[in-house]
Write a protein that binds this ligand. Structure first.
Ligand code: ZN
Length: 257
């Protein structure tokens, strides 16, 4: 039971908010449940199965109901990205973008298709779908936005996306925030989260991961309404998760104001 002991969490939900505040805080309900759920199983295998199967089958599907901006022209794309950067520099808040990319699956070992679509969700109301596979070359404005460190790009397994963009387009994305690490800091665990599982745990919602859409040809123009909804929901989920996870970690400093 060494493992369970290690992860023992005070059932009253007390925890330390980290270096910044150094004060005991009450864990939000979802984190207590997430951590306690895990403590009550005694093997990693059991925990993984639990994540995959018994995790709440009837959760509502997370949908993006805001405005989807579908962009397939290079110049328009650059222009939109400049616009996002301008509004971020005039805003008083940190600029945080829900980030994701899609590419078509290949069944050849060692072969991987180029990124076909890049999603940026700026708010509950707006998500940009940048259809890169339709553009002759990588848009300069987008490169600039991605390489700007002060603009946070949040997603699960973001480092993988950083490498992918470097390989595909020689773009060195900066300002990536990995939601998986953020969640693990909060629950004091070392899970490998998928975006969907993180949504279930944190947001009590699930993503519609229809394999027909997930494995569809993301290069084909125009993207169908179903593809657009799927892609937007992924990026939106990232933004929602970030907001939720940082709300609970950083409230300490706000409380003292
Ligand atoms: Zn995705």
């Amino acid at each position: 039971m060494a493992e369970a002991d290690e992860k023992q969490l005070d059932t009253s939900g007390n925890w330390d908010c980290g270096k910044a505040t150094k004060q005991k805080r009450r864990l939000p309900e979802w984190m207590i449940n997430a951590v306690l759920d895990k403590d009550h199983t005694d093997s990693k295998k059991k925990r993984r199965d639990q994540q995959k199967t018994t995790l709440v089958p009837d959760l509502p599907v997370l949908k993006f109901t805001g405005n989807i901006v579908y962009c397939y022209q290079k110049d328009d794309c650059s222009f939109m990205c400049e616009d996002i950067m301008t509004s971020s520099s005039t805003s008083h808040h940190d600029c945080v973008l829900g980030f994701d990319i899609e590419w078509p699956v290949t069944y050849t070992v060692g072969k991987e298709e180029k990124t076909a679509l890049l999603q940026l969700c700026t708010s509950h109301n707006k998500c940009y779908l940048l259809h890169l596979s339709c553009m002759p070359g990588f848009p300069g404005g987008l490169k600039k936005l991605l390489e700007t460190e002060s603009i946070k790009k949040v997603g699960v397994g973001i480092q993988g996306d950083v490498w992918k963009l470097l390989r595909d387009f020689d773009v060195q994305m900066k300002g990536g925030v990995d939601l998986s690490s953020l969640a693990n800091q909060n629950t004091r665990s070392a899970e490998i989260w998928s975006l969907d599982n993180l949504c279930k745990y944190v947001l009590k919602q699930r993503l519609d991961k229809d394999p027909g859409v997930r494995k569809s040809d993301w290069r084909r123009y125009p993207l169908t309404a179903t593809q657009q909804q799927y892609a937007a929901a992924d990026a939106y989920a990232g933004l929602l998760l970030y907001n939720k996870l940082t709300q609970t970690t950083c409230r300490g400093s706000e409380d003292r104001k």
